[in-house]
Design a protein around this ligand. Sequence first.
Ligand SMILES: [Fe+2]
Length: 183
Amino acid sequence: MSVADEIFAIYARRGSGAYFGEPVTMLDHGLQAAHFARIDGAAPALVAAALLHDIGHLIEDVPDDLADWISDARHEESGARWLGAHFGAPVSEPVRLHVPAKRYLCAVDRGYFGELSAASVVTLKLQGGRMSPAEIAAFEREPFHAEAVRVRRWDDRGKVAGLETRGLADYRGLIEMLARAPA
Ligand SMILES: [Fe+2]
C-alpha cells in the first residue's frame, strides 16, 4: 500500500470522528489547517504538516471522554513518529512540535491565550501550561520551531463549521511527491 493510500485509509476509518470539543470532524480540521497553510503560501512540506498534524489522534484510539483526552498530551509524538517513517523532517518535525508551539505562544504572545477555543484551554493544562523561560529557549533552538508555530496557528483556525475546502484526495499528488521512496 502506498503512503497516500495508507493515509486515506486512516482518515476513512477515523476521520469522521469529532475533533474534541470543536464543531468539525478530524478530517475537516486537517483539511482546514491545510487550506489556511495554502492561503498563507506555505511550502508543500508545511502544507502536508498542517494537513496531517493530528494524525497521531487517528492512529491511536481517540477517547470520547474529556477525562481520557489526557492521552492528547502525546498525540504529536506518535503522529511525528509515524510521519517520520514516511516523510522527511520538514513534514514530521513541525508536527512533533505543534503542541509545544501552543505552550510557547501562550508564553510569548500576549494576545494568543485569549484566542484559544474553550477546548484548547482545557487541553493546554493537560499539556503542561505555558512554557517557562528555559523551555522557551530550548524550543527556539529547535530547527523547525518557526514552522511549528505556523502549523499551530493554522491548527487554531481550522475549527470553522461548514468551511468549504479541497478534499483529501486533492492532496494525493502532494503526499506522493513528499513521501520517501521505500528503502
Ligand atoms: Fe489540531
